[in-house]
Design a protein around this ligand. Structure first.
Ligand code: DP6
Length: 360
């Protein structure tokens, strides 16, 4: 069992590399059982599980160069342009992780980042972005300590990424990652994500996620505000309990391929996430009329054809349509003929499950 102390870098006297650069391509992820509610320091109120995606990714290069004065110093470029408005979030992240990777303050850091998906698509880039940066920083640590195991590398990368954005802890590996302590999962931890233990039924291999971009605007509710809504929420305790139960049930379904249970939990989790937002104070409705149109169309299609299609939502109006590889043709036709018309500018992204971050 790893503890917080295991991630503290304690090799202070070592000669640090002068300079270098690392690049990582890091995917986004979509939660099946949702993380909604957190406590200090970036610990989840309940465990969550997600599919790691493939087509939606962030590509980040971190250049580092030794400097004379100690202290954090960095620049951030997004799609080639200097982005000072991203600085506060990165600064908070770097301050939080300094205890675990103190060498970051010995360097001038230049971060160059871009996403495969449009910035204004409503797809959160904090998961892939923070995970990419964590991996680049871990690569500096690995250069200092080349004997580090890949297991420790991934765990600590997930641990650091979590301190940037909770869901980022689930973007290091794939295709299924659990973050948060669950009583039946020995190795699960609030500190970092772990790969789903044990074999997964083949129906979930190469699972598809078509993301329907219903509302391409900026997020209406930031995740920080959103998570805080769960403090003093009247249904919070029950919700956290339910997430634990749903994780047990979905783990069984993932092993035995029970699609009915899988679909039921996924859709229930999506609607519960939104129900939590509707019943908090202040309250929010993040779905748009077209979100509901799409959900109803999916239900009609499923009733009529028995297709294993279902939806999930993140904290916004976009709809993730999930379906198995074997049924992709029929479901793709349905999406194109019946659902695309509800997307803003008919925009959608065909994604699928992937295997996690890659060094470039
Ligand atoms: C609805 O990971 O974005 O997507 O930890 O504050 O950065 P912070 O929050 P974030 O929250 C994600 C919430 C969610 C559900 C999920 O991904 O599990």
């Amino acid at each position: 069992m790893q503890q917080e102390q295991d991630f503290i870098f304690n090799n202070a006297k070592i000669n640090l590399p002068e300079q270098g650069s690392f690049t990582f391509k890091t995917p986004s992820n979509i939660a099946l059982v949702k993380y909604w509610g957190k406590k200090e320091p970036q610990l989840p109120e309940n465990p969550s599980i997600s599919f790691t995606l493939d087509a939606c990714f962030t590509l980040t290069t971190l250049e580092y160069k030794k400097k004379d004065k100690d202290g954090l110093n960095f620049e951030i470029y997004f799609e080639g342009k200097k982005k000072d408005d991203f600085k506060p979030k990165i600064a908070t992240f770097l301050k939080r992780i300094q205890k675990y990777v103190p060498f970051v303050s010995e360097y001038n850091l230049i971060i160059n980042s871009r996403n495969s998906f449009p910035h204004s698509s409503g797809i959160a880039s904090s998961a892939s972005g923070m995970a990419a940066l964590a991996l680049c920083i871990m690569s500096i640590e690995k250069e200092i300590n080349p004997k580090m195991s890949s297991e420790y590398f991934n765990k600590k990368a997930s641990f650091l990424a979590r301190l940037g954005s909770g869901s980022a802890s689930r973007s290091i590996e794939g295709p299924l990652v659990i973050w948060g302590k669950h009583k039946d999962l020995d190795k699960s931890s609030d500190l970092f994500g772990i790969k789903f233990p044990g074999p997964v039924h083949e129906v979930f291999n190469n699972y598809h996620d078509t993301i329907l971009l219903v509302d391409e605007g900026e997020k209406q509710v930031s995740s920080t505000v959103g998570h805080n809504l769960m403090d003093n929420h009247p249904f919070a305790e029950k919700r956290f309990e339910q997430a634990n139960e749903n994780l047990s049930k979905i783990s069984t379904a993932l092993k035995n391929g029970d699609m009915k249970i899988f679909i039921n939990i996924i859709e229930s989790e999506a609607l519960t996430l939104h129900a939590m937002m509707m019943t908090s104070n202040p309250y929010f409705i993040l779905m748009k009329p077209n979100t509901l149109e799409i959900i109803n169309k999916i239900w009609q299609f499923r009733n009529k054809t028995n297709a294993n299609i279902c939806f999930t939502l993140d904290a916004g109006a976009n709809v993730h349509v999930l379906y198995p590889e074997k049924e992709k043709e029929a479901i793709n036709n349905f999406i194109i003929s019946e659902l695309i018309k509800y997307c803003q500018n008919k925009n959608y992204i065909n994604d699928r499950t992937g295997f996690g971050a890659k060094q470039i």
